[in-house]
Design a binder for this molecule. Structure first.
Ligand SMILES: Nc1ncnc2c1ncn2[C@@H]1O[C@H](COP(=O)(O)OP(=O)(O)O)[C@@H](O)[C@H]1O
Ligand SMILES: [Mg+2]
Length: 279
């Protein structure tokens, strides 16, 4: 069975793309066949991680201008030799990117609520089906647009596991509650499993507030997660600390490949196992 996991959030900048890209690479290193899709169609950025300028985009597939093998490309050997060295031989990374051009983004905005939008949504369901049947994937990881926009909902609709990333700020906490009440209840009612993932919590850079020390900050995020659970029934994954070297790196890169023993890589691996084992 293919697990289809969407990474979503109320606000931007909560770490969706970082988590999606690194989780996909980790799974490949664990010997899995993984497809990662950039469905943050209003502000695509995933291609930057892979330093790639694709010939065809997911947009072309949705518009009947590309087949699955043109829109979804296996980058394991060509672009990620380090990944190949570190993975079991069966591990593969298939990628589908969203076109960042102004016209492509505008087309999604203009299509909302029209027949064009409905057709594109049906093609998206077909894309998922084709990835599963033709590429025989174990996992599909989807990076999404934040909030309650048409294409955020589309991306969530084709997933069976939803990860809602959030930071420890009041706006984000309130927005996350709103998403859980207004959107996620429907997906959960129809069989999806949702998780909250608190990201960039203090604890690594600030002395005296280490994640494992049980200090004040640690209590703060436990309280927030307990409150969210009480109010919405949502379960959470183990929070990810904020690591300054990742946050202030001038260029996004795949930490799990470049630095597999970094605490971010180790914690993310635990989080993935936590989610996979909790069916
Ligand atoms: N755990 C983390 N520690 C430090 N920086 C992080 C962490 N997660 C994400 N970031 C940084 O936060 C910024 C926003 O992350 P990004 O993945 O682009 O968010 P989103 O896709 O939700 O907009 C990036 O600069 C990224 O490197
Ligand atoms: Mg992003």
């Amino acid at each position: 069975m293919t697990h289809c996991i969407a990474i979503h959030s109320y606000k931007g900048g909560t770490g969706k793309t970082t988590i999606a890209a690194n989780a996909a690479a980790l799974l490949v290193m664990m010997g899995k066949r993984v497809a990662i899709l950039d469905l943050d169609v209003y502000a695509p950025s995933l291609h930057n991680y892979f330093k790639i300028n694709p010939k065809k985009w997911i947009n072309d597939f949705l518009d009947n201008n590309a087949d699955i093998d043109e829109a979804i490309v296996d980058l394991t050997d060509t672009h990620l030799p380090q990944l190949r060295e570190k993975s079991h031989s069966e591990g593969r990374l298939f990628t589908g990117f969203s076109n960042p051009s102004r016209d492509a983004i505008f087309k999604f905005e203009m299509g909302n609520g029209t027949d064009y939008w409905k057709k594109q949504f049906r093609k998206l369901v077909f894309l998922r089906e084709q990835i599963i049947t033709k590429l025989d994937t174990d996992f599909i990881i989807i990076d999404t647009s934040p909030g309650i926009r048409h294409w955020s909902i589309n991306a969530l609709s084709i997933a069976d596991k939803l990860i809602l990333t959030m930071k420890m700020d009041d706006l984000d906490i309130e927005g996350t509650k709103k998403l859980l009440f207004e959107i996620y209840t429907t997906f959960v009612r129809f069989g999806a499993i949702s998780y909250i993932l608190l990201n960039r919590v203090s604890g690594y850079c600030i002395p005296g507030t280490t994640m494992d020390s049980g200090m004040e900050k640690n209590q703060d995020h436990r309280m927030v997660l307990e409150e969210l659970h009480k109010e919405t029934g949502a379960n959470s994954l183990t929070p990810l600390p904020c690591y300054c070297d990742i946050q202030f790196s001038p260029r996004e890169f795949l930490t799990v490949i470049n630095n597999p023993t970094h605490p971010f890589s180790l914690k993310l691996k635990n989080i993935i196992n936590e989610m996979i084992n909790n069916q």
